[in-house]
Design a protein around this ligand. Structure first.
Ligand code: AFP
Length: 328
């Protein structure tokens, strides 16, 4: 047993096959991610974790050894679980594990791989749906159809942030016992915050609303927002999301005018949608700047989407900057 579920876990999922299947699948994921966290904990003692394999994922990002290894570990774990289909950032196409099984799982097996060799928090992001009668239809749908979503963080603690649609919980891996235990039963994101996360090096490529919002943040108390703003950027979505769930804030990876970045950098299926699910269930908001992430139907497996999430007030403020531009 890799995770000691709270009594409330998945209670909102209809009792019977689906709830049992979900618990078995999250157990399998927890076991796989415990293994990945042990590999990460060895760092440079495990030679070449951050080494490029020479391969690239669908977006042309160089695959690191730990990206591929994490994908193999997760695939092997899901083969033991009631999962029909698996979609991964590290694989071009959907893998059919056993079409007779009830679930479909999508994953970013190793998020933040550019931080692998720097001892900065990295993680695994996942999304779970009830499988449909074919592989593509099991994933080409809205994020609001997820039955479970979340992410593991391999940092000072190894943690799991997860939701099944009845609030958001955090589990932490008890290093002594090797089991994930419930740490926070009902996470709540602060509604207001003056802390933002964005890769400011892309400033001159940003769309006008984002540039205007950040410039107003930088003006601080003497500017139109009337408050001093602080900035954080880890470069690992899971680390930035974990901080925002704990103390509030807003994360932005907008579209910009660099080649290939019109829709930002993050993938809708296995990054934006599961993060949006846990954020909303913790009382926050998640948009593409304009509309709700969970309402956006997936058109292609590795589709990118601009992502803005966190405390409700600043997310709504960014939405207002887009509305202002639309009125021009
Ligand atoms: P990698 O997995 O390639 O390191 O990308 C990490 C990520 O997908 C996400 O975790 C970060 O928020 C974002 O990209 C960082 O992007 P920049 O490197 O452009 O800041």
């Amino acid at each position: 047993m890799a995770i000691n579920f709270s009594a409330a876990f998945a209670k909102n999922i209809q009792a019977g096959e689906m709830r049992v299947a979900l618990r078995e699948t999250v157990q399998a994921l927890a076991g796989a991610c415990k293994h990945i966290s042990q590999i990460c904990a060895h760092g440079p003692l495990e030679h070449g974790l951050g080494a490029k394999t020479g391969g690239a994922n669908t977006d042309g990002d160089a695959q690191k050894a730990l990206d591929v290894r994490s994908d193999e570990i997760i695939t092997a774990a899901l083969e033991t679980a009631p999962v029909a289909y698996y979609a991964s950032e590290e694989q071009d196409d959907i893998v059919t594990l056993d079409a007779s099984k009830p679930l479909a799982v999508a994953s970013d097996p190793l998020d933040g791989s550019s931080n692998i060799d720097t001892n900065v928090s990295i993680g695994t992001v996942f999304s779970i749906f009830a499988a449909k009668d074919d592989a593509r239809r099991s994933f080409l749908r809205r994020g609001s159809e997820q039955i479970c979503g979340g992410f593991f963080v391999y940092g000072p603690q190894t943690s799991l942030v997860i939701t099944t649609g009845a609030g958001t919980q955090t589990y932490v891996l008890d290093p002594g016992r090797g089991v994930f235990e419930l740490a926070i039963a009902d996470m709540k994101i602060a509604p207001a915050s003056t802390e933002y996360a964005i890769n400011a090096s892309n400033h001159h490529h940003w769309e006008t609303p984002i540039r205007a919002f950040i410039e107003d943040c930088l003006l601080g108390a003497s500017g139109p927002l009337g408050e001093k703003y602080n900035m954080r950027w880890v470069g690992s979505l899971v680390a930035d999301a974990g901080r925002i769930l704990s103390r509030g804030g807003i994360f932005m990876y907008p579209g910009d005018n660099r080649a290939g970045y019109r829709d930002g950098r993050l993938r809708l299926l296995y990054e934006a949608a599961p993060v949006a699910f846990v954020v909303e269930q913790a009382g926050g908001a998640a948009t593409d700047g304009k509309g709700r992430i969970l309402d956006i139907p997936l058109a292609s497996l590795h589709q990118r989407i601009p992502l803005v999430f966190g405390s409700k007030t600043p997310v709504q403020m960014v939405g207002d900057y887009y509305k202002k531009q639309d009125m021009l």
